[in-house]
Ligand binder design. Structure first.
Ligand code: HEC
Ligand code: HEC
Length: 633
């Protein structure tokens, strides 16, 4: 763990808008709401629309859009100042902006430069400081709101995507999306970084149970005693022979005890026979009695009775699960088998509410009085759910054009891409609603950093999840090339990972979506250009013979090789297809079995006898330069 505060010296340079992954359909007028906030009096709602570069302001009483504010880049997050006068909107780009909106005047009055793909803004309780997660810099910007500038950065683990602050303003809790480290070990889990705000550094890392990945949101309870974190609970150690009962991916929430600053309990949000895939947003009611969780994959919201959940939690959670092993110890799976370790109490402590027909992909959520609002990414709607009416009356609020049942607009030229994005994130095409493609390929079809023992190449030989960027351009698919091409892999994924049959149109739209993905510019670039170190590394890339196989362009020769990386689980003659190196900065850990935590490991400890390029003669400086080059691609 390293904590560092970097003083920033680089000048402000305005970058052209890069559509960070939001390439699917920007020109097609999709809104794609991703974050929500409400004024404390509950009268106004604010929704950021990531694909439209807009913030919509709604009147909560008549549920109509009052005004729309344009943003310079895709807005991913928003927060209100404690006095309710200003709105902070994070607009994501390689050099993101925080836009400060004067709510009375409904316009942007100030912009502040922050890091790569900024999101999850959090204001300190005294209203003086703003914190912003820079997902691809792996750090948090600290902004002095009086001076209106970033004063420092605090390094966290990997891809911070959500944060919240304790009520006393002392600790900022940051959810890291993915784990850092190798994948071929028993304990693989992402952490919550605890930042001491005064000291300006990480003082603790709260490690979730092994298998906890794809953290999405974190929220402190109104009484300040707890925080809840949504995430996936992956049983990556098992052969992927079925999907039922969370055999592969279960969907979880971890409760943190903030008084003792420790992990208190992890529980599954699924039901024994029905998954509740892709838990995303979290929000508490003001009285702390209801905790609302969105399920982006099954288009539902869980309304959890938090006091009942607390009452059901064992006092010593350490006995309930082991954090060392990836066992389904905290699941109903054991409950099902007659053991008493399950979580039967959640059944009585939670209601699963379906969104109204036509509302899909709930991500953000807020609770205003007795109403839960969800922002639905794929339908461009909000759903309003009444907490206290018996049937939880649900109403759909349109933000723009009418979107079809599979998430795309009628007559839209980009419809196939959007449809594919929808199915890729849709767990209702999975048997039992347990997982979607994005449960392992999150963040626009990239990686979860885990090894999975898929059955496509036999059992007992786990492989690290591959990014699907460029998959359709680099046949064959899979490390062992067991699928002729990505098209075949997509169809096999539906049949043998989601365990369903789907019309061909589902698979072909997923193909179109995956083909539309564009690389995100590396955070290692300096204002979009190679650094001096990367330029030196580029020369070494040729000198060390890397170009023979990683041919510049796609950075692969589309062939398989033995580069000395076979390990205990691999077949004696296994050879692996050369992977592309584009966006390799984002896809750790490396090699077919995730055994190299860093690029440096690939080039040093994992390169036996120069079988994988001539690296043994390189000086430390040269290795640094070569790494910098690779990380810039
Ligand atoms: C349980 C985790 C998991 C889920 C869910 C999952 N994948 Fe994968 N996917 C993987 C892993 C692991 C690999 C690499 C396997 C290998 O190389 O043998 C992979 C590889 C692929 C590849 C090949 C990429 C390449 O360039 O070689 C494609 C295409 C793909 N997945 C598509 C999908 C689609 C589409 C879905 C949903 C229908 C999906 N995946 C669901 C884990 C998953
Ligand atoms: C003989 C062909 C060949 C040469 C030469 C070669 N590579 Fe590779 N490279 C591969 C193959 C094959 C893999 C996949 C190995 C595995 O997964 O176990 C790979 C994997 C990698 C990875 C990991 C990518 C990932 O996503 O997991 C990196 C980084 C890499 N190579 C960089 C280099 C560099 C730098 C050089 C030159 C020093 C180099 N390679 C030389 C074939 C080659």
């Amino acid at each position: 763990m390293k904590n560092s505060i970097k003083r920033l010296t680089y000048p402000k340079v305005v970058f052209c808008a890069v559509l960070l992954g939001f390439n699917a359909a920007a020109e097609a007028n999709y809104l794609s709401p991703t974050a929500l906030a409400a004024t404390t009096d509950g009268k106004m709602l604010f929704v950021v629309c990531a694909m439209a570069n807009k913030v919509k302001v709604l009147d909560a009483a008549d549920r109509k859009v009052l005004t729309t504010i344009a943003t310079p880049h895709p807005p991913l997050g928003l927060a209100l100042s404690p006095d309710g006068t200003r709105l902070f909107v994070t607009c994501a780009a390689p050099e993101s902006k925080v836009c400060i909106v004067d709510i009375a005047r409904r316009k942007i009055v100030e912009t502040i430069s922050v890091g790569h793909t900024a999101q999850a803004p959090v204001v300190s309780p005294d209203g003086k400081t703003l914190f912003v997660c820079n997902q691809f810099n792996n750090d948090v910007s600290v902004i002095d709101l009086a001076a209106k500038r970033e004063v420092c950065r605090i390094a966290v683990q990997r891809e911070p995507v959500a944060a919240d602050i304790t009520k006393d303003g002392k600790y900022l809790l940051v959810a890291n999306h993915l784990h850092s480290g190798r994948a071929d070990v028993e304990d693989v889990a992402a952490v919550v970084s605890v930042i001491d705000v005064i000291a300006g550094k990480v003082i603790k890392e709260l490690r979730l149970p092994s298998g906890s990945e794809i953290l999405k949101n974190i929220r402190v309870s109104p009484d300040g005693k707890y925080a809840a974190v949504t995430h996936i609970f992956a049983s990556f150690g098992r052969a992927a022979t079925q999907v039922r009962q969370g055999w592969m991916n279960a969907n979880a929430m971890t409760i943190l005890d903030l008084l003792e600053m420790k992990v208190r309990y992890t529980l599954l949000l699924d039901d024994p026979t029905r998954g509740a895939a892709n838990p995303w947003g979290l929000a508490w009611s003001a009285d702390g009695k209801t905790l609302a969780v969105t399920h982006a994959g099954t288009h539902e919201v869980s309304l959890i009775n938090f006091p009942a959940l607390l009452a059901g939690m064992p006092l010593d959670s350490g006995k309930v699960y082991s954090t060392k092993k990836n066992k389904p110890v905290l699941s109903f799976v054991s409950h099902y088998e007659g053991l008493d370790e399950g979580l039967p109490f959640l059944t009585g402590a939670r209601q699963r509410v379906k969104l109204p027909p036509g509302d899909f992909g709930p991500r953000a959520v807020v609770v205003v009085g007795d109403t839960v609002y969800t922002a639905n990414y794929f339908s461009d709607t909000l759903s309003a759910i009444d907490l206290h009416s018996p049937e939880h009356l649900v109403q759909s609020i349109s933000l723009g054009q009418k979107v079809l049942a599979d998430g795309h607009l009628a007559d839209c030229p980009k419809g196939m891409v959007r449809k594919g994005e929808f199915y890729f994130n849709d767990a209702t095409i999975c048997q039992g609603g347990w997982q979607s493609c994005s449960s392992c390929h999150p963040g626009d079809a990239r990686v979860d950093g885990l090894n999975w023992d898929l059955i496509n190449d036999g059992i007992g030989n786990p492989k690290n999840t591959r990014s699907l960027l460029l998959a359709h351009k680099t046949p064959p698919a899979m490390f062992l090339g067991v699928r002729t091409n990505a098209e075949a892999a997509v169809r096999a994924g539906i049949n043998f990972i989601l365990f369903t049959k789907q019309p061909e149109a589902v698979a072909s739209s997923i193909d179109e979506y995956l083909k539309s993905l564009k690389p995100v510019p590396s955070p290692h670039l300096e204002h979009g250009k190679f650094s001096q170190a990367a330029k030196r590394g580029e020369k070494l890339f040729s000198k060390a013979g890397c170009v023979d196989c990683h041919v510049p362009g796609l950075y692969t020769d589309l062939r398989s090789h033995d580069v000395g990386t076979r390990a205990a689980y691999d077949g004696a003659t296994d050879k692996f297809y050369t992977p592309t190196l584009i966006e390799v900065w984002r896809t750790a850990p490396y090699l077919h079995n995730g055994s190299a935590a860093t690029i440096r490991d690939v080039l040093t400890t994992s390169n036996n006898g120069n079988q994988h390029g001539d690296t043994s003669e390189l000086s430390k400086q040269e290795i640094d330069d070569l790494c910098e080059y690779l990380l810039s691609l």
